[in-house]
Structure formats: structure tokens, C-alpha cells
Design a protein around this ligand. Structure first.
Ligand code: DC
Length: 205
């Protein structure tokens, strides 16, 4: 078992980060943290977001209303508040350095939370492909929404995540770019695993 090994996976909404992160974590036996859930939970708690972030408990992450489009927008709004972000840093950094390896996915993992991560991936895809994937997901979950609405929602959220002053969404200088627009999940996961294996090989050599 590796001692400490951090994989940072960033990118815009619905680019495939979550699927790739889970598959990579399962493949290497690493723990996985979906950091978007932290911001979703803070947004869903309501009230003062700074107090909510400072008092966040593990059970808050298990609420069943965190995956909706509304929860995503609320998360993106509270995520622009520097004090909210600051309150969540230590938990993420401790998770990243746990023994046995860790995969964290989010927006600022390679740039702010884990600038020394052994592997950084930046996962993207075209707006239309991301909206299509998210739309199919929401429809499968029974939500009544149109493709146009999903596309607009996604673009609004990305713009907010990219344009904020505090830890904006952007690739780290040393991130491996993975554009999943024309990739199947299998080939995207394979490319991510190859990038990690390359780095593990270098660590040994
Ligand atoms: O990954 P997600 O869609 O669950 O994230 C929801 C929102 O949370 C996203 O629009 C921006 C914010 N977020 C962030 O600012 N930093 C992270 N590391 C993860 C998510």
C-alpha cells in the first residue's frame, strides 16, 4: 500500500470528474473525496454560510438533497465567499495526506488545496456535451427540465466558478489536461490511470 499519494482532479461541472475520480480511487485502492459536496452541504444548510462551513458535520454531507441543480447553484454562490473556503481547507488537506492514497475532485484542488499533489488532472468537455450528460442524469432521476435550461444553468455556474476572486476554477500549470468531449468513460479512466502510473513509476525510480 502506498503511504501518501494525492491525486487532484479539477474541472468544470459535469465534465466527468466524479466518474473518473471514483474509478481511479477504486482502481488504486485510494480514498475519494468529492469536495463539491462540502460546498453543496454549506449551501443547503441555509442561514449564515460562514457559520455553516465552520460547523459542518459529517452527517451534513449525507443529506439526500445535495445533488439537485438548485443545490449546485447554491454551492457555487457560497463557494465564492473566502471565509467559507478557508473553513474547509484543513479538512480537505488532512484527507489528501491520509495514508493509503487519496483522490480529491473539485475546482481548486491542484491550485490551492493540494499544490504539491503527486498527480493533477484537469478534466474538461464541451459545454454541449457536459449539458447533455447532466440532462440525461437529471431525467433519469425524474427531474422535468429541458436541455436548454440545463445548458444555461451549467454556463452560469461555470462563469461564477471561473470569475470569482477566491480560488477560481483553472488548471494548475502542471496539470495533465483530459478533454472527455469525444472520449468514452472507459478511455478517460484509462488515460487518468496511465497518468497516475507514470508518476508512481517516477516516484519509485
Ligand atoms: O463539483 P460540484 O458540481 O458538486 O460543485 C458544486 C459547486 O461547489 C461548484 O459549482 C463550485 C463549488 N466548488 C468549489 O468552489 N470548489 C471545489 N473544490 C468544489 C466545488
Amino acid at each position: 500500500m502506498v503511504k501518501r499519494f494525492t491525486v487532484a482532479i479539477d474541472g468544470p461541472a459535469a465534465a466527468g470528474k466524479g466518474t473518473i475520480s471514483r474509478a481511479v480511487a477504486a482502481h488504486f485502492g485510494f480514498a475519494h473525496l468529492d469536495t463539491g459536496l462540502l460546498y453543496r452541504a454549506v449551501g443547503a444548510l441555509g442561514g449564515d454560510p460562514i457559520a455553516a462551513a465552520r460547523g459542518l458535520r459529517p452527517e451534513d454531507l449525507r443529506r439526500d438533497d445535495l445533488r439537485s441543480a438548485e443545490a449546485g447553484q447554491a454551492a457555487s454562490r457560497v463557494a465564492a465567499i473566502p471565509e467559507v473556503r478557508a473553513a474547509l481547507v484543513a479538512f480537505q488537506q488532512t484527507f489528501a495526506r491520509r495514508e493509503g492514497g487519496a483522490v480529491l475532485d473539485g475546482r481548486d484542488i491542484g491550485t490551492v488545496i493540494c499544490p504539491d499533489a503527486e498527480v493533477k488532472l484537469y478534466v474538461t468537455a464541451s459545454d454541449e456535451v457536459r449539458a447533455e450528460r447532466r440532462w440525461q442524469e437529471l431525467r433519469a432521476g425524474g427531474a422535468a427540465t429541458s436541455f436548454a435550461e440545463v445548458l444555461e444553468d451549467l454556463r452560469a455556474r461555470d462563469a461564477r466558478d471561473r470569475d470569482r476572486a477566491a480560488a477560481p476554477l483553472k488548471p494548475a500549470d502542471d496539470a495533465v489536461l483530459l478533454d472527455t468531449t469525444e472520449l468514452t468513460i472507459e478511455s478517460a479512466v484509462k488515460k487518468a490511470c496511465e497518468a497516475i502510473e507514470r508518476q508512481m513509476g517516477q516516484g519509485r525510480g
